[in-house]
Write a protein that binds this ligand. Structure first.
Ligand code: ATP
Ligand code: MG
Length: 437
């Protein structure tokens, strides 16, 4: 992508309404623009990151055999009357009437909808288990939308639902999601700690929130110090095998969100206790037959009897993650993207576009990077070097290749690692070898 042609309306000034780094940086880098309170447009740069995050989420859901589908954003109110949540949900639900005066709503979540689909389609215990997900926009009319995409009213969520015959099956589905979430966040360069969360109707310990520690987080959490430097080496796991030992290992030590904190355990932990603020990026939840019972989702068992299915639901805040990654990865100059979610891998800075040698070298580099499938953002604008450095640091592309006339005379370019700030001169060939390798 040529920056001279790219729609990336950066801001010099810090927008007054933005209270936290990620919101500030997303506005300044031209990633999003507010439409109304808690509702945003995603501009090209922001959209690229959103898609990268979505893709990692999708790949890790697919890896555990969860099947992607797509449910609508608009749902009929009657479904929610069946589960008794239509009134309970209160003012957070955006209620709509269509031209025939039918009551509809913009979905804040999809338990009712998926249960309805399931009950209409699945008859036999032989068809279980089922794991289904979609990635779809949600609407919750939050009292205080704030912090940009972190607490929006309209936001993108991955929500998955499991259907099992019994509690043991539900536990297996839960474990798959648990491990899938660890892998998902790890791939994004994040340390998300699974924390015991409010368990809802059936109690038990099958409810975890995945939380990233950050000063700007909205939840108060507490955990064992060991979580801070626990290695997350999960890429080689057999996802079809028994995952209980992994789940046990990650839940053996104390980690709890606000409502679940236990003063006695915390006192006993002494110096091993860490209290901090955190951002909830995911939530997995087993709720048994809460919806299946209310809505009549049952299958025929082996002896012809009706078995009400056991369900769980599993959310990831896809759009919130864009902000959360920035909260975890930025410095004074701007964003520092982890490579897997970076909008571009390489920023190519032409320091003197009116110098034919400089431009020829850049065009060559740009073509080679593109040809090798490396996503490059080429700053070919007739701007001062200082402006180019500042913009590239702000948008946080992992590698910068800086091409100036003086270096070129020696046959070298400068390569800067945005994360460490290290910069060094290299021949064009060795820079390319490194970046395309
Ligand atoms: P919170 O406690 O932050 O309000 P929640 O518990 O209501 O979230 P869930 O219903 O568990 O959220 O939704 C699943 C995921 O969706 C959350 O873990 C979070 O990452 C994301 N999410 C929830 N509400 C919002 C929102 N208003 N804006 C952006 N993302 C959200
Ligand atoms: Mg939650």
């Amino acid at each position: 992508m040529r920056l001279s042609r790219y729609f990336m309306p950066t801001l010099k000034e810090t927008p007054a309404e933005a209270q936290i780094a990620s919101h500030r940086l997303m506005l300044r880098a031209g990633m999003i623009r507010q439409s109304s309170a808690g509702i945003y447009s995603w501009l090209p740069l922001g959209f690229r990151v959103l898609k990268k995050i979505e893709r990692i989420v999708r790949e890790e859901q697919d890896a555990i055999g969860c099947q992607e589908m797509l449910m609508p954003t608009i749902q009929p109110a009657d479904l929610w009357r069946e589960s008794d949540r239509y009134d309970d949900y209160g003012p957070e639900m955006l209620r709509i009437r269509d031209r025939h005066d039918r009551e509809m709503l913009y979905g804040p979540t999809n338990e009712e909808q998926i249960t309805d689909i399931f009950r209409g389609a699945v008859r036999s215990y032989r068809d279980l288990p089922q794991l289904l997900y979609h990635i779809q926009w949600k609407f919750r009319d939050e009292v205080r939308p704030r912090f940009g995409v972190m607490r929006g009213r309209e936001f993108l969520m991955k929500d998955a639902y499991s259907f099992d015959l019994d509690r043991a099956g539900a536990q297996r589905s839960y474990n798959k999601m648990f491990v899938s979430y660890l892998r998902t966040f790890e791939r994004m360069g994040l340390k998300a700690i699974p924390m015991r969360a409010e368990s809802g109707p059936i109690g038990g310990d099958m409810s975890h929130e995945f939380v990233i520690l950050a000063n700007t987080g909205e939840s108060e959490i507490a955990c064992h110090r060991d979580f801070l430097d626990m290695g997350w080496a999960l890429s080689d796991i057999d996802l079809d095998g028994d995952l209980q030992p992994i789940v046990d290992a990650y839940t053996a030590k104390y980690a709890a969100t606000d409502e679940e904190r236990d003063p006695e355990t915390e006192r006993a932990l002494g110096d091993d206790l860490v209290t901090a603020r955190g951002i909830e990026v995911g939530h997995i939840f087993y709720f048994g037959t809460k919806y299946s019972k209310a809505m009549g989702a049952a299958v025929n068992g082996p002896d012809g009897e009706d078995i009400t299915v056991e369900m769980g639901s599993y959310g990831i805040g896809v759009s919130r993650l864009v902000g959360a990654v920035i909260e975890a990865c930025h410095d004074d100059a701007g964003i520092v993207w982890p490579v897997p979610v970076a909008p571009f891998q390489v920023g190519l800075l032409n320091l003197k576009p009116d110098d034919p040698a400089c431009t020829a070298a850049c065009e060559d580099l740009y073509a080679t990077l593109n040809g090798n499938g490396v996503e490059a953002l080429y700053d070919d604008r007739p701007e001062r070097a200082g402006v180019k450095f500042a913009d590239m640091d702000l948008i946080g592309v992992p590698w910068q290749v800086i091409v100036g006339p003086r270096g070129l005379q020696q046959g070298v370019v400068e390569v800067k690692d945005r994360g460490t700030g290290e910069r060094g001169e290299q021949s064009i060939e060795s820079a390319l070898a490194m970046l395309t390798g």
